[in-house]
Write a protein that binds this ligand. Structure first.
Ligand code: PLP
Ligand code: TYF
Length: 392
């Protein structure tokens, strides 16, 4: 039986992590996998998470099963964090193992509801979207998203491609901090996407994995909130991995907005899908998130630390753009300060990315996506001169 197995393609981002670890150079720089790092290269446990864990250890009396949908308090707290208000007559939600689990459950829900649906994905998108969709045999269609010249969103191209969506198709959007490009929709552009979905009968699905890493917790959710208000049906996959720094706890939520009359069957189907795949979702991370969001002191400290992280990344963007302006004598790298979140796509060739690695010990994903949080004030000038050295 197992002799029939064939090797599966590796995840290039995770592969790069292994290559970096094996590189003996002491001055190597890791701008690969999308994990937040502080200036000294550490991915910290956030203060509020530590404090909540301590409280939980002292007060938790059972680790018996939760419900299939996870803890209702977590689902409510996440809906409020993402949507800003409860929208309770339209809202269904379940806890999932991370944002990846939320995406996976959303895709399965779509396949169950409309086996004919095509999923429209930005070109480029997070590789795991495509990998899971292909695995589930859900047809995908790319829409133009990134302008390789300006390194901004190619909104005209995007809308031209999306003009072909059919009723019952799904348009997958990144809520903020687009992975891998760093280029994001403006609010008027979100409005135009809402108009398009309304006109065509396509359903938006929003993957929001970096709320609080771009322009702030509320601003980052503005697109999601606009879509939620305008469209009768929306799916939202939210991750707590980055903004709570609890990557390995596998904490996320899938939120579905439906017509009120369909709320019960939607909630039931989400719980059913959890049962088919893993029964009860993980609870530890979800419980920490709930405690933090519900307790004003913990929440205040969490928001303050998240804001320090966000402003740190923005500062690094500005420093890198400035350094490149000085060294190159041009404004062609200004987009780095315009992008938001952890990532920017430089628009370099695979050969240039390879040279950065082999000649300079600087690791970024092959499509020239760099993780801004992998930098610090000392490594920014090193990266800037290497970028020019390899001719980007
Ligand atoms: N969606 C996007 C766009 C991501 O970049 C990530 C990665 O962190 C996720 C979803 C899900 O992350 P996780 O499953 O670790 O919560
Ligand atoms: O894009 C990234 O780097 C993060 C982390 O299979 C990640 O989203 C990368 C690959 C993967 C799961 C998570």
């Amino acid at each position: 039986m197992l002799g029939n197995l064939k090797p599966q393609p590796a995840d290039k981002i995770l592969q790069l992590m292994g290559q970096f670890r094996a590189d003996p150079r002491e001055d190597k720089i890791d701008l690969g996998v999308g994990v937040y790092k502080s200036a000294d290269g550490v991915t910290p446990v956030m203060r509020a998470v530590k404090a909540a864990e301590k409280q939980l250890w002292e007060t938790e009396t059972t680790k018996s099963y939760t419900g299939l949908a996870g803890d209702p308090a977590f689902n409510a707290a996440m809906a409020t964090l993402v949507l800003g208000e409860a929208l309770s007559d339209r809202l269904s939600s379940v806890a999932t193992p991370g944002g990846t689990g939320a995406c996976r459950q959303a895709f399965e829900l779509i396949r169950l509801a409309n086996p004919e649906a095509a999923l429209w994905v930005s070109d480029p998108t997070w590789p795991n979207h495509l990998s899971i969709l292909n695995y589930l045999k859900i047809p995908t269609k790319p829409y133009r998203y990134f302008d390789g010249e300006t390194r901004a969103v190619d909104f005209d191209g995007m809308m031209a491609d999306l003009a072909a969506v059919k009723a019952g198709d799904v348009v997958l959007l990144h809520g903020c901090c687009h992975n891998p490009t760093g280029a994001n929709l403006t609010l008027p552009e979100w409005r135009a996407v809402a108009d398009l979905c309304e006109k065509t009968g396509a359903m938006p699905m929003i993957d929001i994995a970096y709320q609080g890493f771009g322009d702030g917790l509320d601003d980052d959710a503005a697109g999601v909130r606009l879509i939620a208000e305008r469209l009768p049906e929306v799916l939202i996959a939210a991750s707590c991995s980055k903004n709570f720094g609890i990557y390995r706890e596998r904490t996320g939520a899938l939120i579905a907005l439906s017509e009120p009359a369909k709320r019960e069957v939607t909630q039931g189907t989400l719980a059913f899908l959890n049962r088919q795949n893993y029964s009860f979702p993980p609870d530890h991370g979800a419980r920490l998130v709930t405690m933090i969001l519900e307790d004003p002191a913990l929440r205040g400290d969490w928001q303050a630390e998240l804001e320090e992280m966000r402003l740190g990344m923005l500062g690094l963007r500005e420093q890198l753009a400035k350094e490149l302006r000085t060294l190159s004598g041009s404004d062609r790298f200004g987009f780095i300060a315009e992008h938001r979140g952890m990532f920017s796509r430089l628009g370099a060739s695979p050969e240039q990315v390879e040279r950065l690695k082999s000649e300079h010990g600087i690791y970024m994903v092959g499509d020239s996506r760099l993780n801004i949080a992998g930098l610090n004030a000392k490594s920014v000038p090193v990266l800037a001169s290497a970028i020019l050295d390899v001719g980007i």
